[in-house]
Design a protein around this ligand. Sequence first.
Ligand SMILES: Nc1ncnc2c1ncn2[C@@H]1O[C@H](COP(=O)(O)OP(=O)(O)OP(=O)(O)O)[C@@H](O)[C@H]1O
Length: 215
Amino acid sequence: MPSPPRVELDGVAVSHGPVTLLRPVHGMVEPGSCLVVRGDNGSGKTTLLRVVAGVQEASAGQVLVDGEGVDPRDPSFRARLAGLLGPSAVYRDLTVYEHLLLVDASWGGDPGTVEERIDEVLHALTIAALADRFVSELSSGQRQLADLALVLFRPGDLLVLDEPEQRLDSERRGIVADLLRRRVEAGATALVATHDPVVAEALGDAELELVVAQE
Ligand SMILES: Nc1ncnc2c1ncn2[C@@H]1O[C@H](COP(=O)(O)OP(=O)(O)OP(=O)(O)O)[C@@H](O)[C@H]1O
C-alpha cells in the first residue's frame, strides 16, 4: 500500500473579482497526520477544502499532493480522495445499503466481503438500523452519518472533511471523531474543518486558524 500523501498549501488564495474568499494560506500536512482547519464563519474553511479536493480553483498559489498539482479528473487523485463537502448526491429510490454497494463497486471493493464491511461501517456510525431506508428520507443528523459512511467506504487516503460533526448530537460527535482518528492512524492524511473544540482536540495533530478577509 502506498504511504499517505503529503499535502502542501503553497500560498493558496481565492478571490472573485474584488471579493476575497480566502486569504493566502501556507502550510504542510505531513503524511499520516490530521490538520484541523479552524476560523470564524466566512473565514474560508470550506473554500480551502474545496481547493484541496479540486472542486474549486485557487486564484493564487497552489495545493500540492506529494509534490503534484491537484487534478480532479486524474484517476489516481480521484482514487486517493475521500471528501465530505456538503451533502452527497443521492438516488431517491436507493437505500443506504444500496448506496454503499454502489460506492464499493465503483472503487473495486471485494464483492465477497462487502456485506460484512457495510455492516461494520453502519454499526460503527450507529446507523445499522437504517440500512434499508432511503437516504433521501433520513433526518438531517442521520443523513450526515450516512454521508460519512459513504465517505469512509471509499478507499482513499486523503480525507478532506468539512464539518463532519455537523448536525450530530454530542455522543455521535465523539464517535465520529474516534472513527476518523482511527482512519488517519491506519494510513491517511486528513484536512478537517470544524467548529467543535472536542473534535479538534481528538483529531488534530496540527491546527490552521483562518482569518476573515477584511474588504
Ligand atoms: N460562491 C461564492 N461566491 C462568492 N463568495 C462566496 C462564495 N462562497 C463563499 N463565499 C464567500 O467566501 C468567504 C468564505 O466562505 P467559506 O464558506 O469558505 O467560509 P467558512 O469558513 O467555511 O464559513 P462557515 O464557518 O460559515 O462554514 C465568505 O465571505 C463567503 O461569503
